[in-house]
Design a protein. Sequence first.
Length: 402
Amino acid sequence: MTSAVTAIIGVLLGVALGAVLAWFLAGRVWQARQGADLARVSGESEAAIAAVREELLQTQGRLSSVEAERARLAELQASSTSLDDKLTPLKESLESFREQVRRADRERAQADGQLRTQIQQVQQGYVSLESATRQLVAAMASGQSRGQWGEMQLEQLLEHAGMVEGVHFRRQDTRADTRGLAGEGASRPDVVIMLPGGGEVLIDAKFPFDAYWKAIEDPEGDDAPRHLTKHADDVLARARELSNKRYHDSAVSPDFVVMFLPLESLLSSALDTNGLLLEQTFQRNVVLATPTTLLGLLRTITFGYQRKLMADNAEEIREAGAEMLKRLTDATAHLEKMRKGLGQAIDGYNKFVGSFDSRVMVQARRMSDLGVATSAELSAPAEILELTRESKSIEDGPAEID
């Protein structure tokens, strides 16, 4: 048992020694390994530290770059704010300009619409004018129609001048011929203007037109000068015709007759061709008149009527004043008679009062003194001391007023 115990103890000791030895060996092995790992870890740590330092340096560099970029961005932002402040008036001006452009576009569109409408109206008017021109040309082909149109133009001038038919003028007055006979040989001026105070001005409204119209139909053509020359000759021929009618032989008419040309160009184109046309017509006692010159003549005659009316009114006023003075003189004479009658009445009254006081009142006072009772005190009437005023005559001038 002892040996067994000893054996067991030996085994245990051997196991314990083996364990200690194994621990010791394991510790030595661990220490060896720990040293190798430490060296390796130390090397790796130094390498990692170096890498971290390098990364840290790079990070610091990037941070510096970021800081510089941030400063640059802040400076740019400040510059941008200042630039915005400076650009604000420009932006407002641009916005105002845009609004003006938009408004101008709207107005232009509206104006374009109005212009198109006006152009259409002008085109329609041109078409109507062209149609009316054709009708006018067709009407002017007849001498009678030309005369009627000339009479219409003349009537408008008479109206503008303020003249009234039957008062200042009359139409289509038949005149006796040179032999003093009325009827087939008699002449008829279109309008007779009656002058204030007597006298007449005769106006004929028929005019030549054919050659003039042919000239203005093709003003650049080769035949235009020939047509204008023919027109001047026609005007002179019409003046001769009027002169032969002897309108001016009337005792109440001036020694001329007015030949009315309803277009200014009818006379100007004829004068351009024949510069002596006016002198030639004057020699025949014919005065060529256009609307401008004839209107001046008619208004002058109207002014003469106004002056005559003022003179007639002044004469009537003078006559009315004379009549009024005569009636005032008669009324004054009657008043003078009344004044004298009143004076005589006052004088008679005063004499009666004096007689009444000296004869009647004396006796009445005596009876009162004798004791005769009366119901009321008896007194004499008072005299009238104011006299009537004598008025002055008109020749003596105005009387003074108290």
